[in-house]
Ligand binder design. Structure first.
Ligand SMILES: [Fe+2]
Ligand SMILES: [Fe+2]
Length: 337
């Protein structure tokens, strides 16, 4: 799985590298010409953004949030639906910014050893700046909506200082982890924006900015893996092909499933948690649907061998590969109407 510095130097001379560097140059220029500042582009003090009690727009959207669509949640009194909705949405933002914090540290670790003139170094630095802005934006939202949101579960917080080291030790695995976080968040946010369901303007504004910039980040991780994986040893690629779905599934659960505190605080019955994550056919379909794009990447980078396919199935995230990035799943409930 390792890529030696000799390999990296030889990469720098071939024609494919030129194309890769041109793509990164385009992404970097995209970052220069289209970027957001959370304290310039969001008018936090606008009355439309005020967070007030009993605002129905915090009720979780039924079509796009698994909790929001569950009959137990729908049957709750409105004030409880609002309280759960605020906590849930603030916590998703908190988990998102903690994930981005880890990603930034890893990216900086990766950039540290890149040579002068590296297109990767420039693009990764642009991306880290954008992620820093995302963490500011999400934290501002959390502070306004529910300052009680803890974010990730405790085991993940304990592991968080170790993960960035993988950017140096096993960069391919680190960038698989990057996609494991970015793809589900992006998929969920795009689903909510596309559905047109009413959400609070803070959520709308924050998500629109995030989706716009994430497209570049996801594109970069795909490009980097397409570039690096074919240059790995056969054995390294085989192990990565097995680690790929495991990483996707673990990090997806970390991001999507609320922490223990949530279930305790709102006294949510266990059967509801089991239904939502991922005990029903519908919730399993939702889970599989997050990963169409990465299944496409795994297939194209020859990491969908027989053993890997079994691992994707064992992880519960097998299914069709997308034909192109961000292909909507027409069979899911959010597009069924
Ligand atoms: Fe982000
Ligand atoms: Fe990102």
């Amino acid at each position: 799985m390792t890529t030696t510095s000799t390999t990296t130097r030889s990469i720098d001379t071939d024609a494919e590298t030129e194309q890769y560097n041109e793509t990164l140059q385009l992404l970097s220029e995209g970052s220069v010409h289209k970027h957001f500042d959370p304290y310039v582009d969001i008018d936090w003090e606008s009355p439309a953004f005020a967070v007030t009690a009993n605002d129905r727009r915090w009720i979780l959207p039924a079509k796009t949030d698994p909790i929001g669509g569950h009959p137990w949640y729908r049957a709750l009194p409105e004030d409880q639906q609002i309280a759960i909705g605020m906590w849930r949405q603030a916590n998703v933002a908190k988990v998102g910014l903690q994930f981005e914090n880890i990603l930034i540290r890893g990216m900086m670790q990766y950039v540290f050893s890149l040579p002068n003139g590296s297109a990767e170094a420039r693009y990764c630095t642009h991306e880290s700046i954008e992620e820093c802005n995302h963490t500011l934006m999400f934290q501002e939202m959390v502070n306004r909506v529910d300052a009680d949101a803890p974010g990730m579960s405790r085991p993940m917080k304990i592991l968080s200082p170790i993960i960035p080291l993988f950017a140096t030790l096993l960069p391919e695995l680190f960038f698989v982890g990057v996609l494991a976080g970015e793809e589900p968040i992006d998929h969920i946010q795009k689903g909510i924006l596309r559905s047109g369901e009413e959400i609070h303007p803070i959520m709308q504004g924050v998500m629109a900015i995030h989706v716009a910039e994430e497209a570049r980040h996801i594109s970069f991780a795909h490009q980097l893996l397409r570039r690096r994986v074919p240059k790995m040893s056969r054995i390294g690629r085989f192990f990565l092909s097995l680690a790929f779905p495991i990483t996707m599934r673990i990090l997806c659960d970390v991001i999507v499933i609320p922490p223990k505190k949530f279930w305790q605080k709102f006294e949510i019955p266990k059967y509801v948690k089991d239904d939502l994550f991922w005990g029903t056919d519908e919730s399993q379909h939702t889970l599989q649907d997050y990963f169409g794009d990465v299944r496409m990447l795994a297939t194209e980078t020859k990491m969908m061998n027989r053993a890997a396919k079994l691992m994707w199935t064992a992880c519960g995230i097998d299914g069709k590969a997308s034909r192109f990035r961000s292909e909507p799943d027409r069979s899911s409930s959010q597009f069924a109407a």
